[in-house]
Ligand binder design. Structure first.
Ligand code: AMP
Length: 273
């Protein structure tokens, strides 16, 4: 992969990568379109990365649909699909990791210990192997995108990070590979997440405080009895730390993580205070 990429660089081609775990859906395809609009060559990596899953998470059951994914990539005009095996990415005795120490302490980081260490490590490895000029990540995983931007800055990685908007179903549910885990009833209930996030804008106009908005959002989402809230947090977009009294003009991230049985869904919106 590295040689192919170097060849493209020698031809003055701009190379983009879209890192994914496969089970490709319209959200991923929107990132591929963004990549194609900014680069001459597009690599999609498909790798269910074991090191970003906790011991009780869904690594074994995570949907794997490689041949369909390759077809979708071909239709979307992807130049190369890079889908390495686990031993190729993690040789025996792998013992070097990339740790981001601050931003990883909040939101999903508190719930999924070691998750962002796995993410940062695999993303840096993909960058080393694929040597892209640009990498596209989704706002759907807002904290991940913020942490990758920090890693790239802190380690002087010569890759430009572009964060693409969340692609949603027509009823607002953020598209996710994990939506497949939902029963039809849960799928219907899941629309409450985005509806709640939209209500936030209304509550903000009503001049409610951050704490009041958070409480109202919790109550709104809890209307659906099959949902268990993992967290609902209102944080500063730059620091990802909880914010109670924002200044006018501050950018806030309203981040939600919920469980339906074992399926964990995340969503977010950004608002300006
Ligand atoms: P995943 O395969 O779930 O690890 O996701 C790969 C990339 O696709 C990540 O950068 C995600 O943020 C992004 N992504 C996942 N779902 C969506 C979506 N609904 N809209 C936009 N990007 C998404």
């Amino acid at each position: 992969m590295f040689r192919q990429s170097q060849k493209w660089h020698a031809e003055n081609k701009i190379v983009a990568i879209v890192p994914t775990m496969g089970a490709l859906h319209e959200g991923h395809i929107s990132l591929i379109r963004a990549a194609k609009s900014k680069a001459d060559k597009v690599i999609v990596s498909i790798f269910v990365n074991p090191t970003q899953f906790g011991p009780n998470e869904d690594y074994d059951n995570y949907p794997r649909t490689l041949s369909e994914d390759i077809k979708k990539c071909r239709e979307a005009g992807v130049d190369v699909v890079f889908s390495p095996s686990v031993p190729a990415m993690y040789p025996d005795n792998s013992s070097t990791w990339v740790n981001e120490d601050v931003l990883s302490q909040y939101l999903c980081g508190t719930r999924r210990k070691g998750h962002f260490r796995g993410v940062c490590t695999i993303v840096l490895k993909l960058f080393m192997i694929c040597s892209p000029d640009i990498a596209i990540f989704g706002q759907k995983d807002a904290q991940q995108s913020i942490i990758i931007c920090r890693m790239v800055r802190d380690l002087n990685i010569p890759v430009k990070i572009i964060v693409a908007p969340i692609k949603r179903e027509s009823d607002g549910l953020a598209i996710s590979s994990r939506n497949k885990y939902l029963s039809p009833k849960e799928r219907e209930q899941a629309t409450v997440i985005y509806k709640g996030l939209q209500e936030v804008k209304k509550w903000q106009k009503e001049k409610l405080s951050v704490a009041q908005i958070r409480r109202k959002l919790i109550r709104f989402i809890q209307q659906e009895k099959d949902i268990r809230i993992d967290y609902i947090s209102i944080v500063n977009v730059d620091t990802i730390s909880e914010i109670t009294r924002p200044d006018k003009g501050d950018k806030l991230l309203i981040a939600v993580a919920v469980f339906f049985n074992k399926a964990r869904l995340i969503d977010n919106i950004e608002i300006k205070w």
